[in-house]
Design a binder for this molecule. Structure first.
Ligand code: ADP
Length: 354
């Protein structure tokens, strides 16, 4: 059993910085959990607490049902992959992969045949079998990162920890490695905690995402559930590109009013009232032939397959994302300052209480 549980886990650094506030979070066996949040939100701290690289200052962390608060890092049965690969430059890929296994002593000792079998298996899984005799400097960045992952996997860790492992790669390689990491996880099924500030990585890799801001857990959900049903405005604006349109105002009598902007609420929100923030994702803002909200077109970003249209809706800037479907991705809008009408009262809209 390799469930991980953070129970009211907190970390206050010696200088008084509260990096993590009472985190309650479970990672199920075999699950790929992504801790997502902006820089400085406390996600690496959470990973380092689990790894035993920092002492927890309140609460507890357990692995497989046993509290590990006082266990040294080496005794926690974890594999770690960081942003820097830290491979031994003078050793071949084979020796880098087997290094940790060869050093195991006492009851943890592993015989040579087993070491060799595990290295071959990892090399096969990571497509490194033709590079086993090469030195790290003869490898691409992506291959080096795969060696770092392999080195963690050969130890058969109970939990695999990854802290921004793709940050050092260029954009193209990062996209490919992201895909490979997910495929790899499906092959080995190791319980994984993955830390990133990149919402695309989180959306594509995670079984579940834990979104953190200011040391506090904001939402813990499946990626698409968090995307479609964000728990609060932070999650709503953090997940998705372009970000969700958020309009501050108030609901009353089946309408939403925000200064000069006024429109009828969609059916599922029609009986809401009081101050709130109305949220609608850019891809759900539809052009209407008549009715709806009259907007001034402030500008269009044409990306080829899709266009982002910036609209002034009664003094509120909103974005609409239109996908190419057979023709131009912005068929109606051809020049700036044109007027058009859009529907904001869509079934996918959300309303956050204030
Ligand atoms: P993230 O990984 O989300 O970027 P961190 O967990 O590294 O964030 O940091 C969370 C907060 O704790 C930040 O405000 C950071 O400056 C602070 N912090 C991190 N490490 C230390 C440390 N060793 N001493 C004091 N403050 C720290």
């Amino acid at each position: 059993m390799s469930d991980v549980e953070f129970k009211n886990a907190g970390k206050v650094y010696d200088d008084g910085t509260v990096a993590l506030e009472s985190l309650n979070l479970t990672i199920n066996e075999g699950e790929f959990l992504v801790l997502l949040g902006p820089s400085g939100c406390g996600k690496s701290t959470a990973l380092r607490l689990l790894a035993g690289l920092e002492d927890i200052t309140s609460g507890s962390i357990s692995i497989g049902g046993s509290i590990v608060n006082d266990l040294p890092p080496g005794a926690r049965g974890l594999g770690m992959v960081f942003q820097s690969y830290a491979l031994y430059p003078h050793m071949s890929v084979r020796d880098n992969l087997s290094f940790g296994l060869r050093r195991a002593k006492g009851s943890a000792r592993i015989d040579k045949t087993e070491i060799s079998a595990r290295v071959d298996e990892a090399a096969e899984m990571l497509d490194l079998h033709r590079a086993l005799e090469k030195k790290p400097k003869e490898l691409s960045g992506g291959q080096q990162q795969r060696v770092a992952i392999g080195r963690a996997l050969v130890r058969r860790p109970k939990v695999l920890l990854m802290d921004e492992p793709l940050s050092n790669l260029d954009a193209k390689l990062r996209n490919r490695m992201r895909f490979e990491l997910r495929r790899l996880h499906e092959m080995h099924g190791t319980t994984t905690l993955y830390v990133t500030h990149d919402q695309v990585e989180a959306m594509t890799l995670a079984d579940r995402i834990a979104i953190i801001s200011d040391g506090k857990l904001q939402q813990h959900a499946k990626p698409l559930d968090a995307y479609h049903h964000p728990a609060n405005t932070f999650v709503a604006s953090f997940l998705g590109t372009p970000a969700m349109n958020l309009i501050e105002g108030a609901a009353a009598d089946g309408k939403f009013i925000a200064g000069d902007l006024e429109f009828g609420l969609p059916e599922h929100l029609a009986d809401r009232r009081g101050p709130g923030v109305y949220g609608v994702r850019p891809e759900y803002v539809r052009i209407l032939d008549e009715g709806g909200v009259r907007c001034r077109v402030g500008g269009i970003e044409r990306l080829g397959g899709e266009s982002i249209c910036h609209l002034d809706a009664g003094g509120h800037w909103i974005r609409a994302l239109w996908h190419r479907s057979g023709g131009d991705a912005s068929p109606v809008v051809n020049e700036d300052h044109e007027q058009l009408s859009v529907d904001l009262a869509v079934p996918e809209a959300v309303l956050f209480e204030k």
